[in-house]
Design a protein around this ligand. Structure first.
Ligand SMILES: CCCCCCCC/C=C\CCCCCCCC(=O)N[C@@H](COP(=O)(O)O)[C@H](O)/C=C/CCCCCCCCCCCCC
Length: 221
């Protein structure tokens, strides 16, 4: 198991995407709840990786960091214990009318709406990783990334964001260089690592999706 840092600091060990992706394994409790600190740490590591790809991604990074920070602030607040898992957060915020259900108003930074944005991005990640895992030498990362985006996050974004995001994807390094940046080893090792990490990412996504469906939260403004 990867050694994790506390909820308001960054893991200090040498950067490797394997450690980041495996972080999602530590999100799940025995009774299938999702631990907020681990979930947030997973995102921190991903953002760190994205930052290493160049400043063209900084507008995406800023938004992700902002959302991570909102979650950390809830977790470090006086009701932080209510935010220990994503399930306890949803229950607490709904029971106490802390979520804007129709339009953004009194609670523009609720944990529920913030998590929903990260959750949708996790679907993009799941699709992109699966494409990378099953890709061949001549597959283009920019095409895989764009396809994954169009099948997930894009439908929730304004035209201008879609345009900026797809332009940024065009400068992604080619598959071989991208795999090197991941710092995992040979192509075979990358593929094996993705195969190992994906089930946990998918599980975290499925559990969150079901939680939001049950409470009718999938379209929060
Ligand atoms: C083995 C491969 C590993 C890949 C690792 C990728 C690392 C990616 C790291 C972070 C992903 C960023 C997550 C972005 C969260 C976006 C949340 C969102 O949808 N925000 C929008 C809505 O927010 P509200 O206005 O409702 O508060 C917001 O409008 C977004 C603005 C920024 C643009 C978001 C574009 C997202 C593209 C995600 C793909 C990242 C591609 C990285 C390249 C590898």
């Amino acid at each position: 198991m990867v050694k994790m840092a506390g909820s308001d600091s960054v893991p200090e060990e040498k950067f490797s995407l394997k450690e980041v992706l495996i972080t999602f394994q530590s999100c799940l409790t025995d009774n299938q709840e999702i631990v907020t600190d681990s979930y947030v740490n997973g995102w921190r590591g991903l953002v760190r990786f994205m930052n290493s790809l160049g400043s063209i991604f900084s507008f995406i990074s800023k938004d992700a960091v902002n959302k991570i920070q909102i979650m950390v602030t809830h977790r470090n607040g006086e009701n932080g214990d209510k935010y220990e898992t994503l399930q306890s957060m949803v229950k607490y915020e709904l029971d106490n009318n802390l979520v804007d259900l129709q339009r953004r108003a009194e609670h523009p930074e609720s944990g529920c709406r913030t998590l929903l944005r990260l959750h949708r991005a996790l679907r993009w990640l799941e699709l992109f990783l699966e494409k990378l895992r099953t890709s061949t030498e001549d597959s283009k990362t920019s095409v895989m990334c764009t396809d994954a985006y169009n099948d997930s996050l894009a439908q929730h974004h304004a035209w201008i964001i879609r345009k900026a995001a797809t332009m940024a994807f065009c400068v992604l390094p080619g598959r071989a260089a991208f795999f090197q940046t991941m710092n995992v080893g040979s192509t075979e090792q990358v593929v094996a690592m993705l195969g190992e990490a994906m089930p946990f990412i998918s599980k975290v996504y499925e559990i969150t999706e079901e939680l939001y469906k049950q409470h009718n939260l999938l379209e929060l403004p």
